[in-house]
Ligand binder design. Structure first.
Ligand code: FAD
Length: 276
């Protein structure tokens, strides 16, 4: 088996305590030798400076860092300035997204979809950036049909994406079906599954409702059944997610991208169980 591409996602911390906590998390996860750490970008550019600061710190520590960049609500000048800043700091990896319109913001700006952002990054910076895009094995919640979403994904790839990271899911078959459909359409870039460890049921249910990731009925009922027993939720979640990762790697997924929520514990536990 080829060495899996492993990456860890963080969000930019909001305050000095968060910065310290993330430093400790990163140091712990760095021992697992990931390919890169990615850092999210708040809707409408709300975390622009904090994303940049976090990415620079990761880079200065000797690790590869990939900032996320969302384009909705932004102008070309704005995006150009951000790309220039990343280039000047030697950042060569980026996760290019449309993002979601922040509430209260009315104007979509100069980009409508992520494929336009990918095209713009390529036109402005050539091959400088390794570009990742988002993929949705259970389809994007706003897509009118599965087929339309696949075609839109293909446009993003054709615009110049090098690889994709998926929305999280708990159903390995959905991922492999999606990958098969992509292959049938001539899409050959690596599509790395996004993995969300399970630690807190109500938070997971909230995320999943917002982003359209399904929590299968058996899993939802089982987690709900634990009520406030967070130790049992974590233990059961660890079994479920480890099993999912095992299946994904065994059946040929090119790697795993972990949504860490800035915590090292759950990912480290999955890692140990996987014996990677
Ligand atoms: P797109 O690829 O543009 O797709 C959005 C919708 O538009 C889909 O329904 C698609 O079918 C449709 N569409 C696409 N192109 C066209 C077209 N040309 N014509 C008509 N319809 C089209 N959000 C953040 O705010 N910050 C982050 O850091 C962040 N990181 C993420 C990382 C990953 C790995 C993933 C999976 C998601 C992330 N998101 C983030 C969430 C993401 O911004 C949302 O899911 C958003 O709704 C869609 O972004 P996208 O880049 O997938 O959009």
């Amino acid at each position: 088996m080829k060495k899996p591409i492993i990456s860890f996602e963080f969000f930019p911390p909001k305050n000095p305590e968060g910065v310290e906590k993330l430093r400790a998390t990163r140091q712990q996860l760095a021992q697992l030798n990931p390919e890169f750490f990615s850092v999210t970008f708040g809707a409408g550019g709300s975390t622009r400076d904090r994303t940049l600061e976090t990415v620079i710190e990761i880079q200065q520590d000797g690790h590869k860092a990939a900032p996320h960049l969302s384009c909705i609500g932004s102008t070309k000048d704005n995006i150009r300035a951000i790309l220039d800043e990343y280039k000047s700091h030697g950042i060569r990896h980026i996760v290019a997204l449309r993002g979601d319109m922040p509430s209260g913001m009315a104007c979509p700006g100069e980009f409508r979809y992520a494929n336009e952002l990918v095209e713009f990054i390529r036109a402005e910076t050539g091959d400088w950036f390794n570009i990742e895009v988002a993929a949705y094995p259970e389809y994007h919640p706003q897509a009118p049909t599965a087929q339309a979403d696949l075609l839109n994904f293909k446009h993003k790839v054709e615009a110049g994406a090098d690889a994709a990271i998926t929305q999280y899911f708990y159903n390995a078959d959905a991922y492999f079906h999606f990958v098969d459909e992509c292959e049938a359409m001539g899409i050959t870039i690596p599509i790395v599954p996004g993995i969300m460890p399970i630690g807190n049921f109500s938070q997971l249910a909230r995320f999943s409702d917002a982003c359209g990731a399904e929590i299968p009925r058996w899993l939802r009922l089982k987690l709900q059944g634990y009520g406030d027993d967070s130790a049992s939720i974590r233990a059961f979640g660890l079994d479920v997610v480890t099993d999912l990762c095992e299946q994904l790697l065994k059946r040929g997924a090119p790697g795993l991208h972990f949504y860490t929520l800035n915590q090292a514990g759950p990912v480290s536990a999955i890692w140990q169980r996987l014996g990677l």
